[in-house]
Structure formats: structure tokens, C-alpha cells
Design a protein around this ligand. Sequence first.
Ligand SMILES: [Zn+2]
Length: 226
Amino acid sequence: MGCKKYFTLSFDDGVEQDKKIIALMKRYGLHGTFNLNSGLFGYRPKLFNINRIPKDEIKQVYEGFEVASHGARHENPRTVSRRRLEASIAEDIEELSGLVGYRVKGHAYPYGFHTAAGEECLRGHGVLYARRIRGSGSFLFPANPYRYDPTCWFNAKNVFRLIDGFIQARPENGDLLFMMWGHGYEMDYGLRKCPEDQLERIFSKIAGRSDIVYCSNKEAFERDLQ
Ligand SMILES: [Zn+2]
């Protein structure tokens, strides 16, 4: 069997805008992962449009997509105590697994901060991979899946150039991976607000290619088992 090209998406924090993203992903036949904070379900800050999806909607909204953990209350791995960090990871995995009906196997580090203690804890809970946030510009699978960097943010300046590169890339010496990440609210809020049709432009460009496997992050890391 030849090598393959995998494309996956990853969105954090479980905000209402995820619903729009999911509709768009379905339209283009894309798959991906949503990293949720189970201790913040339904949280609606007064000032910003970053409203979290309520607990009773989680299973239905994310049906068909991978749900992964992101720390129960988005605790900062660099500043919380080890005990708190471990509780944050354990609580989130348990709560989310119970809600979606399968064992959660992925993680996105809150604020993108990898720590040795966090990695150890995640391994202990059977998590397969853990994601950071800094774009690598790379199409290679990470050497350490617990230090998994995205290829790019969906509003990165070079996102379309990277997609062109990926479309043209030939996976001759191993499988290739393009992982794009972001927050749903970045579509319509904030300093880093992106063009309204940014995701649609990206999705229409990458979708529908017979040589690309569109999958969740978990499926990309489990590819040898497929
Ligand atoms: Zn986050």
C-alpha cells in the first residue's frame, strides 16, 4: 500500500459558532475534532460573543465528529498545581466520554501549553495525542504525538499557500498530514477576526479530492489500525 495524505480539522472551546462550522464541514464532506471544556458548558460571558454550547446539546451537536478534551475549566497547565491539572484532565475526559458514549482519546492543551506533567497524565488516561497551537507549516506526522503542532491556524496569512502545497505534495516517504485549527468565534468576533467566507473558501479548495483522506485527528493517529 502506498502512503496517504490525511486532512483534519480541530476547533476549540465548544462555542455556538461550532454549529455553523459543522454544517459547513458536512456540506464539504470534511471530518474533524472539537476540543471541549466540560466545566464551562453553557457559559455565556456578557461582553463577548463566545457563548458555550450547553451540556444538553453536546451529544447531538457533535454527533459524527470526534469530541476531545481541553481541560475541564480551561485551566492553564503552566500555572495550576499538579493536582489541579490532573483533576482537570481526568474530570474532562470522564465527563465528555459519558456524554458522547465513547472513550475520549484526544486532547488540546489549554492555551497550547504542553507540560511534562500534563503529558504524563494524558498518557495515563489512554489519550493518543495532544495538540498545541503554534503552526508548524509542516505536513509531517509529529515525532511525539503529545507535542502535536497544527500545520496552521485557519486565518494564518499563508493558509492558502500551504493548502496548495499540500494538494501538490506526493506522499512518497511516509504519510502526510495537514491539520488546521481555530476557534469558531474567530469567524465573527475579535481582533483576529477573519473574512466571513474564510472557512468556506478553505473547505471548497481542499474538499473532494480522491487522494486525500478526510478524517478526525483520532482517525489520523489510528491510521495504522484502519
Ligand atoms: Zn481553548
